[in-house]
Write a protein that binds this ligand. Sequence first.
Ligand code: BES
Ligand code: MN
Ligand code: ZN
Length: 498
Amino acid sequence: MSEAIKLGFAPFSTPEKGVLVVFADDALQFGPQTRAVLKATGDLIARAAESEGFKGKLGTALEIVHPAALPLARLVVLGVGKPEELKPRDYVRIGGIAAGKLGGATREATIFCEFPRGPLKPDQAADIGLGVRLRSYRFDRYKTKRKDDEEHNPNGKVTLATRDVAAARKAARVREAVAAGVSLARDLVNEPPNVLFPEEFARRALGLRKVGLTVEVLDAKAMRKLGMNALLGVAQGSQHEARLVVMRWNGGRRGAPPVAFVGKGVTFDTGGISIKPATSMEDMKGDMAGAACVTGLMQTLAARQARVNAVGVIGLVENMPDGNAQRPGDIVTSMSGQTIEIINTDAEGRLVLADALWYTKERFKPQFMIDLATLTGAIIVSLGHEYAGMFSNNDTLADRLSLIGEATNEKVWRMPLGPEYDKLIDSKVADMKNTGGRMGGAITAAQFLQRFVGDTPWAHLDIAGTGFASPQSDVNRSWASGWGVRLLDALVAEYYER
Ligand code: BES
Ligand code: MN
Ligand code: ZN
């Protein structure tokens, strides 16, 4: 929640101050507009490249402070390798890398959106702008003194020089909606758990009425009436009441079945009576990253007026151990009527999703449901922080998610489901138990969820490794990643808009 840098587009012209970023390929060639500006510097760049060993490799940079012949504070030559080999997703990344080179003292910067072959297309220039935005996000709401940040000036202004300014601005409008959705998701995940508990999360979701979403909030009483005892059981050890939020965007054909997104929103996960060890427990403030993604996504769809009917459902609870907390051994009856034996109160996310998925399926009869959840430590053991785990009962949906994952660089890796795994969660005393043992822990968690989706095409994304605390990337410096907003927005845009 920092002041956003100002981003604008303008035609190519030699900047009169600040930082100039230009792109070079691995033969150290520049585009014509860039050459025209750099002409005044003679052989300066060639000599600097020689002495620094700069070869124009993708992601590397050559920086020249106060180049004598130009009125600039700094000239940054950013390598793009072999431009013909770049994938669409690389432009966002390049924008992020460029933003990382602007410097904390920089008030004004210009990025020449041009490769040796000539100007970038409007979509590519706008992607560079998206990368700048994503990289510039900071969460500094709770800092009372401004921290010196070597790569970022919150009051900075960045101009993207481009050929077709009007077309680039138009392309950038959609991306601004995406960047704002990602920032919202990151804000929600970064917020501390004493501030962001279920009611407060719901209050923020209600704020999205201003972008045109229909938002309903169900309190504990309403959920009790619906029989959502799996979700409510998780919340019963907390001073904070549970909430279920339903967000709707109707930009599609009237009456057409919606696409549905369902998020795990555990605003803090102590583990409950099966309490977690102290080390890194503070990270469990991010156990609502699935719900944050759904919220950011719904804002994005509304802000860019997506031509689709979409619903976002988030189950909000705090998992705490008090005298009223759920016990191992308890049996709860879910909204579906199926009974669950609680083995481990730390396997709470699936209990929340069981009722949220069933409710979404019954009420909205969606075309598909995609749930997002920081569900298991086991998925981090399997896939690390690069890929989210994907489980699906529908090959078309799974293939689409894989493709869009590669295109947006929010990657998913499909994991198996099957009756052999499903057997592991059968219970002696109830219909199922909430854990299936240590082995294949991400899979048995997904099997559990599958028991609540019926025949609805469904995908489950386990984002425990990607939602927060993943390594800093070219497009994110924050603890929270906002993972999934770009993936799911692009999925909708590519396949589900009328
Ligand atoms: N929220 C955790 C999973 C998690 C762990 C997310 C680390 C992000 C980082 C989840 O509620 C949990 O505690 N899962 C248990 C399940 C087990 C008790 C079957 C786990 O993964 O250990
Ligand atoms: Mn847990
Ligand atoms: Zn959890």
